[in-house]
Each structure stands twice: as structure tokens, then as C-alpha cells.
Design a protein around this ligand. Structure first.
Ligand code: SF4
Length: 296
């Protein structure tokens, strides 16, 4: 397909989204500028006119640049990521509800230092109607760059755990206590744990996510996630492997995958897997012999 036809097709899709969707399309200023630069001269005028007609009513959703709060990634779960179809109204409703929360999150500046330093907010990803929800602590550098939680090495290990449980990553929902990467002043690399104040400030967004998704089981990954969810501070050896409750939803505490990357001890990995088998039992999922003997 030639560029003008391709662009025309994009514009038609945007027009259709504007007409049909409660959540209107938005594009970053940078993307629009890039589009302007590559538009061929012979069609630039008509393209520009069409583009203006699509975007002119949407100036508020135009994602601000990094220093103004970052862009608004759409990794919420939804038809394109989860295979949800029109025959699943509750999933569609949850996509809409999560989208509404995400629209507030992506322009949130309640933690001014994090809003200034983030590349983008990292809302959550997966099935908006999931039975199983994983909660970690905060985005790291990889997540900040990609706008999706658990995409670095720890994320790859989490995906491996999820698959070993018999799920696809898209079957579960994954989120963090914090939606912005904790800043590391003076250093462009490395991560730091969120402060109690940051967790307290961001926690209401997570509660909204949980209230919308209504998972049957929540898994808290690591001590920071436990502190963010339950307000409990204790060594992980005392917390993990037992059931707690978050507003009536069963909550299993286990080690963060990053801990398993630091500590390659088979016994520690086995503990996480035993925690996951408890989760499978709680979800009333059959556990095969192979799974019972599995080691991460
Ligand atoms: S961490 Fe949460 S509360 Fe703080 S600025 Fe980011 S989205 Fe807002």
C-alpha cells in the first residue's frame, strides 16, 4: 500500500473511533510532528486537513511531553490484546472502566518528582476480567520505557511462572502499586523502592483496578507489594506462603521474581512454585503431576 492510501486508512480508522468510541483517539504532539515530516508533499495539504478534522476536537487528550507528565499508554487489556469479542459484555465494560481510570493516571502529577522524571505511566496489562491478578511494586527502567509492567528480566520470569501455572500472560492481570517509575536523581539507571508516601498516594488507582477486575485471587509479589496492599511490614519469610485477604479477596504473598534472579537457590524457587500451587488450588484448577514436580 502506498503511503497516502495507508495514511488515509489510518485517518478513516481514527474517524470511526471518534464516532463509535467513548474514548477518543489521542496522539502525542511528537507523533503528529513526525507524521507531518514524513507526509509526501503531493498529498500533504489534504492529509493535513483530514488530520486536523480528526484531532482538532481532541486537544485535551494530546499526551503531554515527558516533563509535563508523560504519555498515556493503553496497555489495559482489551480486544486487541486479549481476544475479547463483542459477546463478552462484562469484559468490554471493564475495558471501558479501566480506560477511564488510566486516563486519569496518565496525566496524574500527584507525585511531582515522579511525574517529571517518568517517560510514561505504567498502568497495568492483561485480562480485564481476570481471575488471577499479580501486583508488584513499581515500574523499573524497562517498564518505564515500554509502558507495560513486568517486561524486564523479572517480568520474563513472571511470565514463565504464569505459563507453568497453565495460563497465558494475557489470561491474568498484572499491575503495580505505583504507576510511575520511582525517580533516581543524579542517576539515569538503577531502581529504588517506592516510599510509603508514594505508595499511599498511588494506592487508590490500584484499588480502583481491583474493584473493576474483581479477581478471585491476588498474588502480592514481594514485601513492598504487601506493604502497599496491606500496610504490613515484615520479613518475607514470615509473610509468604500463607493466605491473607485484601478487602475480602484472597491474597497470596510470594517472593518478587527479581529476588529469584538475585537468589538462584532451588529451594527459594521451589517456595514460589509451592505458593503458586496453593493459588491454583484456590482457583480450583487441576494440578498435573508434572506441575507438582515442577521447579522454576
Ligand atoms: S506514582 Fe501514582 S500518584 Fe504518583 S504521580 Fe504517578 S500515577 Fe500519580
Amino acid at each position: 500500500m502506498q503511503f497516502p492510501q495507508a495514511l488515509e486508512s489510518v485517518l478513516q480508522t481514527l474517524e470511526r473511533m471518534r464516532a463509535e468510541s467513548a474514548h477518543r483517539p489521542c496522539a502525542s504532539r511528537r507523533a503528529l510532528e513526525a507524521l507531518n515530516r514524513v507526509a509526501p508533499s503531493h498529498s500533504a495539504e489534504s492529509i493535513s486537513e483530514s488530520r486536523t478534522s480528526v484531532m482538532e476536537q481532541h486537544s485535551p487528550p494530546v499526551a503531554p511531553e515527558r516533563s509535563e507528565g508523560g504519555s498515556c499508554p493503553k496497555n489495559l487489556g482489551g480486544p486487541s490484546r486479549t481476544g475479547i469479542d463483542s459477546a463478552a459484555p462484562s469484559k468490554h465494560q471493564n475495558v471501558e472502566k479501566l480506560g477511564a481510570v488510566n486516563e486519569r493516571v496518565c496525566v496524574c502529577v500527584k507525585c511531582p518528582n515522579l511525574a517529571r522524571s517518568r517517560t510514561q505511566t505504567v498502568f497495568g496489562v492483561g485480562n480485564p476480567d481476570a481471575d488471577l491478578m499479580f501486583v508488584g511494586e513499581a515500574p523499573g527502567a524497562d517498564e518505564d520505557a515500554q509502558g507495560e509492567p513486568f517486561v524486564g528480566r523479572a517480568g520474563q520470569l513472571l511470565t514463565k511462572i504464569v505459563r507453568a501455572m497453565g495460563f497465558a500472560r494475557e489470561d491474568v492481570y498484572i499491575a503495580n502499586i505505583l504507576k510511575c517509575r520511582p525517580d533516581t536523581p543524579g542517576s539515569s539507571y538503577g531502581n529504588r523502592p517506592p516510599t510509603p508516601r508514594e505508595m499511599q498516594t498511588c494506592r487508590p488507582y490500584l484499588i480502583e483496578q481491583i474493584d473493576i477486575i474483581r479477581p478471585k485471587v491476588i498474588v502480592a509479589l514481594g514485601a513492598v507489594a504487601v506493604e502497599g496492599l496491606l500496610g504490613t511490614r515484615a520479613p518475607m519469610r514470615e509473610l509468604r506462603g500463607r493466605w491473607d485477604s485484601f478487602n475480602g479477596t484472597p491474597l497470596m504473598v510470594t517472593y518478587h521474581p527479581a529476588y529469584l534472579l538475585r537468589n538462584q537457590s532451588p529451594s527459594e524457587k521451589r517456595k514460589v512454585w509451592e505458593d503458586m500451587m496453593l493459588v491454583l488450588e484456590r482457583l480450583e484448577k487441576p494440578i498435573s503431576e508434572k506441575q507438582r514436580n515442577y521447579f522454576l
